[in-house]
Write a protein that binds this ligand. Structure first.
Ligand SMILES: [Zn+2]
Length: 507
């Protein structure tokens, strides 16, 4: 079984066949950093993260590019409204995006180009389009793409061709426009006083101005994939469904007219929207939920990933408090299992453990290979956890085979709760003594996961006492004992101790 993906170009689920076997370039349209990205935006970035992680887990060498749109209609309007430079306005939002991305365990792209750093390649691309006669300069000084000169225009979004011919004599200069406005679109906008005021204008052979939004992605994608692998076709291009038209349609037109290739990306994948309690999330309705709102509410990123992956990326998802609470419970169950496995895993597996791990691996791969069916992959993981818990309850040996299965699931989905650090203050460290020797907990950690944390805390307290008595050898032995049971200890300057469960694997 190999990976199958739904290709918007053909409206079919088809085998993924990259340009070169074993390697996949992935371009994902990044955030426009005029404001904080909301959880609907992050739903898109998370399904793309899942795609990337699954490609990597399947053995592909992935080259992931995600741009940051730092110049367009919206960023300029926001800078003008605030009376600051474009740079001053977007930089904090670019930084906030990276914080939110990391918090949500989204792997950082290998290349994260900002549009303003690629003005050169954009100008070069536009010059090429002018030279090929598919672009022209309007009397307003801006440069437009002539869609009538590109016969394949409308293929991705399946526009009605008759409708197109009627409209083709007109032009649109806004970055975002509706399907009814399929007409010549802007590549380069002649500089206006407000662009100059915020520092959003550059010199070009066809006049001073700034790029249109669509040309940005074409230029950055072509430049980076050419630099990396010497090709001018992407393997996968992804985004949310609202980007199909006009953004991706225009990206295809510009790129293919420039390269002369039939395709810009072999596969186009698009993720559906997210509703908030039944209503489309939008500034207009005032129901925007950002990643930082959730972080301030103390929501665990594992729960958010669990919630979002529980609906297939091509289906609408309704975000609600009920769904979040259920996802939190699911995530916590997985976390308890991770902790139990960390503490109690045996050196070897009995055959039942190996069989359960094998069944899981097969179900997991089948689900994700089937157009990233994350809900089924999650279901397979919960089945595994139930089976493994039952085996451990029975005293069956569960060991490395199960650990490898867990690490696969955790590495791809990353839906378990964050490992939390517990702080023991100096006051909490009093330990009962008998004949001047601290009373010790058992050397072996308890089987019941609910008792494990208290056990580790007691040992941490004993170790602190030993350190105070300058019994450093014993203190080190206790540190190693805890470490082999999956616990990390950090001594803080104020005398408190941080006790933290190590995550089963790094994200
Ligand atoms: Zn884009």
């Amino acid at each position: 079984m190999t990976l199958q993906l739904h290709n918007t170009l053909t409206r079919q689920v088809e085998p993924f066949v990259p340009l070169h076997a074993g390697r996949a370039s992935l371009y994902t349209c990044g955030p426009t950093i005029y404001n904080y990205a909301h959880i609907g935006n992050f739903r898109t970035f998370l399904f793309e993260d899942l795609l990337r992680r699954w490609l990597e887990a399947s053995g592909y060498e992935v080259f992931h590019i995600m741009n940051l749109t730092d110049v367009d209609d919206r960023t300029i309007a926001a800078a003008v409204a605030k009376g600051v430079s474009l740079r001053q306005h977007v930089d904090p939002f670019g930084q906030a995006f990276e914080e939110d991305r990391d918090w949500l365990r989204i792997r950082a792209a290998h290349a994260q180009p900002r549009a303003t750093e690629y003005i050169g390649p954009m100008i070069e691309l536009i010059e090429g389009l002018l030279a090929r006669g598919v672009a022209y300069q309007g009397e307003d000084g801006s440069v437009y793409f002539a869609i009538a000169r590109f016969p394949a225009y409308g293929r991705l979004s399946r526009l009605d061709r008759r409708e197109l011919r009627v409209a083709a004599s007109e032009r649109v200069s806004a970055d975002e426009y509706a399907k009814e406005d399929a007409r010549d679109f802007v590549l380069w906008k002649a500089a206006k006083p407000e662009d100059e005021a915020v520092g959003a204008a550059w010199d070009a052979p066809f006049g001073r101005g700034r790029p249109g939004w669509h040309i940005e992605c074409s230029a950055m994608a072509l430049e980076l994939v050419r630099r990396k692998w010497g090709v001018d076709v992407l393997d996968v291009h992804a985004g949310a469904v609202d980007l199909i038209f006009p953004h991706h349609e225009d990206e295809i037109a510009q790129s293919c007219a420039y390269t002369g290739k039939e395709e810009f990306a072999r596969v186009w994948v698009h993720g559906e929207f997210l509703d908030l309690e039944g209503t489309k999330m939008s500034k207009r309705y005032g129901n925007i939920l950002t990643a930082r709102d959730l972080r301030e509410q103390g929501v665990d990123p594992g729960a958010i990933r669990h919630l979002l992956f529980n609906t297939h990326y091509r289906q609408k998802l309704d975000w609600s408090d009920t769904a979040l609470a259920a996802a939190g419970e699911g995530s916590a169950r997985l976390g308890a299992f991770r902790d139990r496995l960390t503490v109690a895993a045996a050196d070897g597996d009995d055959p039942e453990s190996v069989a359960a791990a094998d069944r899981f691996r097969q179900a997991f791969a089948t689900a994700l290979d089937d157009d990233l069916n994350a809900p089924e992959a999650l279901a397979a993981l919960h089945v595994l956890v139930r089976e493994a818990n039952r085996l451990m309850d029975q005293g069956t040996r569960v060991g490395p085979a199960m650990r490898v299965a867990w690490e696969l699931a955790d590495g791809v989905l990353a839906v378990a709760p964050s490992a939390r650090a517990r702080t023991v203050s100096a006051d909490d460290l009093a330990v009962a003594e008998e004949d001047g020797i601290p009373v010790r907990p058992p050397e072996v950690s308890p089987l019941d996961p609910a008792d494990v944390e208290a056990w580790a805390m007691r040992w941490a307290a004993v170790r602190a006492t030993e350190k105070r008595s300058r019994n450093f050898v014993e203190a080190d032995r206790i540190r190693d004992l805890l470490k082999s049971a999956g616990w990390e200890i950090r001594d803080r300057r104020d005398g408190a101790i941080e006790v933290m469960r190590r995550a089963a694997s790094a994200h």
